[in-house]
Design a protein around this ligand. Structure first.
Ligand SMILES: Nc1ncnc2c1ncn2[C@@H]1O[C@H](COP(=O)(O)OP(=O)(O)O)[C@@H](O)[C@H]1O
Ligand SMILES: [Mg+2]
Length: 492
């Protein structure tokens, strides 16, 4: 049953127009308005018919009873010439548009108000039963008449053993009366009810139409407003405050719109930043090359010097492109992590070993301290990139004779890498921006030491992909500490 209902719903769902809320409200109103009136109508009319037939039966039965007594009084069964009785019979059959047959003990019809069957013998089950004392009445609905038998009873002169006067059925009246007048009344009632029903139908259709339009108007307005935004006529926030429900939809939509705007803005900003960053080295190369071209007799030393500068700029361009590619790779939500179980202590040693030459050049001491051996499930390449960027920053944004300390620790769930330095520090209002792409606290300084402004963005993405977190604390002029917290087990 449940499955059947489900299938039915599915089927209905597939018929597209039935999924219209407007239509459903309309149909529901129609149902609520029309069905009860149909039920009430049928109930009342059916009830009327049964009652009218019952009343007619008992009316006729009463009349016949009286008549039966008169028949005995006037001894009609022996002599049918009594004018009084004949007049009564005519009156009765006229009144009920019926026919009365009077049958005597020998089953002979001694009187027929139609005058057709007089003298004939009638032996039917009903008549026989009636001679035994049980009259009956039967409504023939199809042909529109009621047939009934009434015993004609005469009291006997002798008393029986019990002292009662036994009664004897001496004749039977077989009567049929038409129910046409009842049917006619019913038809009139039916017609009137139909007219009322039609009027109600029209009123309800009109009402349902108006109401469903009124109720759903706000939803249509929302669709229209969204369509306008979609078509690009406007990117204003939409407002349809008619219902609480529409307000919720509109609020959610406006929030979505806001988020899309932010995304769009940041995309535009990124593109313009990328173009600008990529253009800078090329502009320098162009300037260097042009100035050489303008001096046809420039000495070889000058050529050499400019060529070194040009190579530097090319390296820089290359670095920006490499960083951009790693960032874009990690930006994709679907970017896959190549997770393996890695000895973090060994990995940290390796990373620091690679960076020590730069540290030596900057006269910065790098110290590694590990509280315990750590093994974790990570993507080695991406994690290496993240930590390298942090340590490289700590070395680059340091002071002469400075130090960088890397501390590895773990609990049962996470491992932490703390990278602190004795460097120049980050101003407080810059702290929240350092993970933004191309953001650099001091553009010229960062550029001087070969920064692209993408390093921390890459680092953060790599750590977030591992479901880790990164936090920075800094005091300007004293140093900075980055704290990376990573889960030991990678959870999808
Ligand atoms: N350890 C640090 N000490 C001081 N400033 C830092 C440190 N790490 C990052 N910064 C600041 O954050 C900016 C962004 O860092 P990053 O994204 O790695 O770009 P960059 O390529 O310039 O190093 C840097 O330009 C620098 O101003
Ligand atoms: Mg950096």
């Amino acid at each position: 049953m449940v499955i059947k209902m489900g299938r039915m719903k599915n089927l209905l769902g597939r018929i597209k127009f039935l999924r219209s809320l407007k239509l459903r409200i309309f149909l529901l109103m129609l149902l609520v308005g029309i069905v009860p009136s149909i039920i009430i109508k049928h109930g009342i009319l059916d009830n009327y018919e049964t009652r009218a037939i019952d009343v007619r039966k008992s009316d006729v039965q009463n009349q016949l009873q009286i008549l039966a007594n008169h028949l005995i009084t006037y001894n009609y069964l022996q002599d049918t010439s009594s004018e009084v009785i004949n007049a009564e019979l005519d009156q009765l059959s006229n009144l009920y548009d019926g026919r009365v047959l009077i049958i005597d003990r020998s089953f002979k019809i001694i009187k027929d108000t139609y005058g057709i069957s007089e003298g004939k013998i009638i032996i039917s089950e009903e008549v026989m039963k009636c001679f035994q004392g049980t009259g009956m009445s039967n409504h023939d609905r199809v042909n529109g008449y009621i047939e009934m038998t009434t015993p004609i009873i005469a009291g006997r002169a002798v008393q029986d053993v019990n002292g009662k006067t036994p009664e004897e059925v001496v004749g039977v009246m077989l009567t049929s009366v038409s129910t046409d007048s009842i049917v006619t009344t019913q038809e009139i009632l039916n017609r009137k009810a139909l007219i009322i029903e039609l009027i109600m139908l029209i009123v309800i259709i009109g009402l349902a139409g108006v109401l469903s339009k009124l109720l759903l108007g706000p939803f249509e307005r929302i669709t229209q407003a969204i369509n306008e935004v979609k078509a690009g006529f406007t990117d204003e926030q939409i407002s349809v405050p008619d219902y609480l429900e529409t307000e919720h939809i509109v609020d959610a939509f406006n929030q979505l719109l806001g988020r899309m705007k932010v995304l769009d803005d940041s995309r535009q900003e990124f593109v313009s930043n990328v173009s600008h960053e990529l253009k800078t080295p090329i502009t320098s190369i162009k300037v260097l090359a042009d100035s050489l071209l303008q001096q046809p007799d420039a000495p070889v030393e000058l050529y050499r010097e400019f060529m070194v500068d040009i190579t530097d700029e090319i390296d820089r361009e290359n670095k920006i492109i490499t960083d951009l590619l790693s960032l874009v790779k990690m930006d994709k939500k679907v970017a896959e992590l190549n997770v393996t179980s890695v000895n973090i202590n060994e990995l940290m040693e390796l990373i620091l070993k690679r960076l020590r030459p730069i540290a030596r050049k900057q006269d910065v001491e790098v110290v590694f301290e590990s509280v315990r051996p750590v093994t974790a499930e990570i993507d080695e390449v991406k994690f290496t990139l993240a930590i390298s960027n942090l340590v490289e920053n700590a070395i680059k944004y340091n002071k002469p004779h400075g130090w960088v300390k890397v501390l590895l620790d773990a609990d049962h769930q996470f491992f932490t890498v703390e990278i602190s330095d004795s460097g120049i520090g980050i101003p407080e209002d810059s702290l929240e921006h350092i993970y933004e792409r191309f953001y650099r606290v001091d553009k010229s300084h960062s550029r001087e030491i070969g920064g692209t402004g993408l390093g921390l963005a890459i680092t953060r993405n790599a750590i977030l992909m591992h479901r880790g977190s990164i936090k920075a604390e800094s005091i300007e002029g004293e140093g900075t500490t980055f704290l990376v917290k990573m889960p030991l087990m990678y959870i999808v």
